[in-house]
Ligand binder design. Structure first.
Ligand code: GLP
Length: 265
């Protein structure tokens, strides 16, 4: 696991920008896993800036959402589909239909989950999966106690996550759907590279648990320790509780420069 500590989210987003830029240069048809929540926003802004500047194109690329609420009416502004439409699709040049997500409106949810796994496999798997982390350690919507072998399925949100996500629902936790579809932990771990971003002191405790704590279903994001190609990009406040923060800084500062352009395939 590589831990990169940056002074602020904008600098961290540039690190992720570099990763995506080098992936797309090597593989224009890359399959990119898209996350929602507040954390990826600076990353999407950075991609949009680079795209506007002619540095990157997503014309041949494909995208898969990580998760989705169940039961929001189609087009609801807080459905993850709508969020990705606004933050990613509207600002980049993905071809129509190239970005897909789990169907949270279907009557046959189990079938939708199986179909989603099939679509990811048919696309050749995900090259780079962007991730955030919930304050309780959830990744995607895999809440604590999720099986580390889980696949795309329905989950019930904890009251804490509904409270946290109520910021997107006019502050009303009751307006946050109780059920969601999420890629499972095993699904996420099949992506060829994982990049997790977290910003701010509010994420310091969970970052320490996911990077340096034991691998446990109680902190689903700790399962990332089992993956051979993970980059955790955080700002200084989010790094506050890491025991080996100085070591991670030393590793990054001392990296031979050709290695900075690491392979994300
Ligand atoms: C949501 C998403 C997760 C995200 C988490 C953290 O619950 N399903 O994918 O990582 O929230 O959100 P934020 O980035 O807003 O802190």
């Amino acid at each position: 696991m590589e831990v990169i500590i940056t002074p602020d989210p904008v600098t961290g987003a540039a690190v992720v920008g570099d990763a995506v830029e080098s992936l797309l240069a090597r593989k224009p048809s890359a399959v990119i896993g898209l996350a929602t929540g507040a954390s990826p926003s600076p990353v999407y802004e950075e991609w949009a800036r680079r795209h506007a500047g002619g540095r990157i194109t997503f014309r041949e690329a494909r995208g898969f959402l990580l998760d989705e609420y169940i039961g929001l009416p189609p087009g609801h502004p807080q459905s993850y589909r709508a969020v990705i439409e606004r933050e990613v699709i509207a600002r980049l040049d993905f071809r129509p239909g190239a970005v897909v997500g789990p169907d949270g409106c279907t009557a046959d949810v189990e079938r939708a989950c199986r179909a989603y796994e099939g679509e990811i496999a048919a696309a050749g798997g995900i090259d780079l999966q962007l991730l955030g982390v919930g304050a309780d350690g959830h990744v995607g919507f895999n809440e604590p106690s999720s099986s580390l072998a889980s696949r795309t399925r329905v989950k019930t949100l904890t009251s804490r996550t509904r409270r946290d996500n109520s910021q997107f629902f006019a502050g009303d936790p009751a307006a946050v759907p109780r059920h969601v579809i999420t890629q499972g932990i095993a699904t996420i771990l099949e992506a060829r590279a994982l990049v997790l971003v977290a910003w701010g002191a509010g994420k310091a405790a969970v970052v320490a648990r996911l990077v340096e704590g034991p691998v446990t279903a109680m902190v689903p994001a700790s399962a990332l320790q089992l993956h051979p190609n993970v980059t955790v990009v955080i700002d200084e406040p989010a790094a506050m509780e890491l025991q080996l923060a100085d070591y991670y800084r030393e590793v990054f500062a001392g990296k031979p420069s050709p290695e900075h352009a690491r392979s994300y395939e």
